[in-house]
Design a binder for this molecule. Structure first.
Ligand SMILES: Nc1ncnc2c1ncn2[C@@H]1O[C@H](COP(=O)(O)OP(=O)(O)OP(=O)(O)O)[C@@H](O)[C@H]1O
Ligand SMILES: [Mg+2]
Length: 501
């Protein structure tokens, strides 16, 4: 199979999201699609997979022009896509989703479908229970389901939009293994949109870079047989960053911030969870301090952060906020005292699809007895400016690119909180935007805000944390000197090395 995009154009009102893009994808190749937030990556991939029409341009498959009427038509032509923010039906089971997700005219017999599901699952080393409701699945498992569903429908080109945000390192290995096999052994075309340069270098055969809607260029990636030393990887990374942003970014450092008195004191806290055996946790966060939480997804760090914000039940120990007993307070009461929780899920938890940016500002305003819309609009415009969001106050949140949604989420945080508990604050952001968000966060630390955050990006943890705690199946380990720890060392700890030592 060979796919050619010819002179693709797409506007959204004044935004020129794709400008005259022409590119050809060959079978057996894994191609990375890179570009800063809002560059037009998702737009181009949605056009190719039939989720939205181009204004003009052509799509040719094996030299034949195809007319798209929607994603079902794209799948019938062998092209399927995993969306950046997956929306599937929660109440259905894995098997039901597999059977009914086929679109028009595809009804498999239950028995037959279950056999097919189990066969595909086993083939790729995925672990999916056909009778689990989708609601209970991790992001990685939903992805796996979506991949095998598309494969069962005969897709020959698979598009993945930021598949590694929100999944663990282990799950990523499984996913990458499956993708390599599909491309290199079975001749499929794999298109991967990602901001994680390490992932792209690791997985892709070549990359194409978009900037402000234009195709800027492409580059071959070093093959796995070559000796991929960290120096080689650093060079390739720098070359990609230069292509994406047109300039070389300087390394950012944490800087000196003076620490004040304790803001949050956690003593032998036992977080309640049915699946994970959570060990008692002790930790103190001081004003101005940044505490990073490391660990594979689901190791207890998310539960711990939610417990600190009083969003998760606690069965023992003490929790003090600003010297007072926080266990006697509700989430809302803590919030009003300056303990702010920022959830990772963009469209699932933090933001509400269908509401405009201004309406989001109104939602978090303290004084919500009567809403002054003029004032809300003014505040929103100033935040858009401050957070360099590519979007307008009147846009609905889902019209923004993924990275710009994350900026809005950050922009909605109050100005001077005492404590920020942030789940993956730079998830889905490009390198430049991530640095920029941290500049904003560190400014708040200068003002005395304490930050507790988690991340699957080890470099981010090492760069910004004063102290790092590693979570591993419910146990916690404090890294003795966060300032001297290396990414490799942290990687070992995350795999449970401390638990075995
Ligand atoms: N449905 C829409 N309505 C209005 N504008 C849109 C819509 N979808 C995308 N845009 C705009 O088009 C531009 C490109 O968006 P796109 O989602 O393709 O970016 P992206 O490269 O995927 O970015 P990110 O890395 O942040 O996900 C952005 O400025 C975005 O705000
Ligand atoms: Mg996108």
């Amino acid at each position: 199979m060979e796919i050619e995009l010819r002179r693709i154009e797409k506007h959204f009102g004044p935004v020129h999201a794709n400008r005259d893009i022409s590119v050809t994808f060959h079978e057996g190749r894994i191609v990375g699609i890179l570009g800063e937030n809002g560059a037009g990556k998702s737009t181009l991939m949605k056009i190719l997979s039939g989720f939205q029409p181009a204004d003009s341009g052509e799509i040719l498959i094996d030299g034949r022009t195809i007319d798209y009427t929607g994603p079902t038509a794209a799948i019938a032509n062998g092209i399927g896509m995993l969306q950046q923010d997956p929306l599937d039906v929660g109440a259905f089971t894995v098997l039901e989703n597999f059977i009914y997700g086929g679109g028009d005219g595809i009804t498999l017999q239950r028995k037959q479908a279950e056999a097919a599901l189990r066969e595909l699952t086993a083939r790729f080393g995925f672990e999916l229970d056909p009778y689990q409701p989708i609601d209970n699945l991790l992001i990685a498992e939903r992805q796996q389901l979506e991949i095998i569903r598309l494969l069962a429908l005969g897709v020959k080109t698979l598009i993945l939009d930021e598949p590694t945000t929100g999944i663990s390192a282990e799950q990523k290995l499984i996913l990458f293994q499956a993708l390599r096999r599909l491309a290199h052994d079975e001749g499929m075309i794999i298109l991967l949109v990602s901001h994680k340069l390490e992932d792209v270098i690791d997985l892709c055969d070549e990359v194409m870079v978009l900037r402000a809607g234009l195709l800027i260029g492409d580059m071959q990636m070093p093959s796995a047989d070559e000796n991929l030393t960290s120096a080689v990887i650093a060079d390739v990374k720098q070359a990609l960053v230069t292509m994406m942003f047109g300039e070389e970014l300087e390394a950012q450092s944490r800087g000196e911030i003076e620490m004040g008195s304790p803001v949050l004191e956690v003593e032998q806290l036992v977080v309640h969870d049915l699946r994970l055996d959570m060990q008692p946790i002790s930790m103190t966060a001081r004003a101005g301090e940044v505490i990073g939480l490391a660990g594979l997804g689901g190791s207890g760090q998310e539960l711990f952060m939610r417990a600190c914000a009083r969003l998760q039940r606690v069965t023992g120990g003490a929790l003090r906020f600003n010297g007072g007993n926080a266990l006697s307070l509700s989430y809302r009461q803590l919030f009003h005292r300056g303990c702010i929780f920022g959830a990772a899920g963009r469209l699932e938890e933090g933001l509400i699809a269908g509401l405009t940016l201004t309406e989001h500002t109104a939602l978090v305003a303290d004084d919500n007895l009567r809403i002054d819309w003029k004032d809300m609009q003014k505040r929103t415009i100033s935040r858009i400016d401050q957070y360099r969001v590519k979007g307008r106050a009147t846009d609905q949140i889902e019209q923004l690119s993924g990275g710009n949604q994350q900026r809005v989420l950050m922009g909605l945080l109050p100005d001077n909180p005492k404590l920020l508990i942030l789940e993956q604050p730079t998830r889905g952001l490009d390198v430049d935007s991530a640095r920029w968000i941290w500049t904003q966060l560190l400014e708040r630390c200068q003002q005395g805000t304490a930050i507790i955050f988690n991340s699957s990006d080890l470099e981010e943890l090492v760069t910004y944390s004063d102290r790092i705690f590693v979570f591993y199946v419910g146990s916690v380990y404090e890294v003795p000197d966060a300032n001297d720890t290396s990414i490799d060392e942290l990687g070992f700890l995350i795999g449970g090395e401390f638990a075995r030592a």
